[in-house]
Design a protein around this ligand. Sequence first.
Ligand SMILES: NC(=O)c1ccc[n+]([C@@H]2O[C@H](COP(=O)([O-])OP(=O)(O)OC[C@H]3O[C@@H](n4cnc5c(N)ncnc54)[C@H](OP(=O)(O)O)[C@@H]3O)[C@@H](O)[C@H]2O)c1
Length: 357
Amino acid sequence: MRADLALVGFGHVGRRFATLLEERRDWLSLDYDLDCRIVGIATARHGCVVAGHGLDAIAAAQRENGDLQVNGAVPAHDSFEVIRHLARSDGSLRVLVETTTLDIGAGQPAIDHVRAALQAGCHVVTANKGPAAFAYEELSALAADRGVSFLFEGAVMDGVPVFNLVRETLPAVDIFGFRGVINSTTNHILSAIEDGESFDTALARMQAEGIAESDPSLDVDGWDAAAKAAALANVLMRAQITPLGVDREGIGQATARLAMAAKGRGARVRLVASAARTPTGVLTSVRPVELPESDMLAGLRGMANALILQTDLLGEIAITQLGGSLTQTAYALLSDLVTVGRRHRRAPSGAAPGRSR
Ligand SMILES: NC(=O)c1ccc[n+]([C@@H]2O[C@H](COP(=O)([O-])OP(=O)(O)OC[C@H]3O[C@@H](n4cnc5c(N)ncnc54)[C@H](OP(=O)(O)O)[C@@H]3O)[C@@H](O)[C@H]2O)c1
């Protein structure tokens, strides 16, 4: 079965996805009957291209200068033309792979990209937190209406299954809350502070090592964790919030002092994202919290993340990720692609099984 893909966003994640697709080509073909072809790529500053019979995305991914003019590629006007081209392609599956930059103000242009693809009857897989954090209700309803899939496993904890785990293995289980450490940069900084580094030195080192962004405010001010918390609450607890509605406090010099004082008491400070269902709705927060050493979140050091789901039938379920990587995020897209293929085989119209989480 041929799957035509358009890659909207071709930065770190998009490029790694393109190379991973090639590395796993035989597995996808032999085990899942998926023959993937990339029919378009869109970026912000390096132009957009489409191709009638597929283009050499590996060659494009390997170019340092971002030039997309590879064999088979024809220039396109913008990302929406690339999505329209995908919608006209004749693959059995047509899939938008959305990996544009996270916009913490409104989740754009990712939401418009996802909406355009779903409306045109294309499936969507994305690592961008924006669509699930700002518009899950609308986009999942649209996907169900058009009989296509909208999947976003890479949005939280890279490739470690969170949404897939719940959807595939926890039927009829109510998740009434969660708490977790879901931002690696801040956890790395807090661990370094416990080892005696100052906040500024720890942050500068994270930037030099390429772990924190050159503008690290998305991480240290808690926005990244707030976007993940909103996505988790919307999908797993049927909340209807955005990152702007998360009660948020990041980490700074005061947190560094708190972390050292806590260490002296045998405790640890971690940036904890949490959600709880209350009579007035789902309340979500992101803030530094002092935890006893016995708390499993206190034991997370460096890049480690963990999420504890609070459920009615199974008590607490913990999911841990000891270290993230681009490959893991790219794998999340790949596993979502396989899910799209499986669903298509079960219901060739492409119908997703209702609007389940
Ligand atoms: N990096 C990670 O480890 C990781 C982990 C989990 C989730 N994510 C999420 O995955 C997404 C991609 O991350 P990344 O690290 O690959 O980011 P990145 O390297 O900055 O790449 C972003 C890509 O999006 C393109 N883009 C931005 N605005 C666009 C627009 N309006 N139209 C078309 N293309 C546009 C950029 O174009 P140019 O190339 O021209 O700049 C670039 O190709 C983000 O939403 C991020 O939050 C990343």
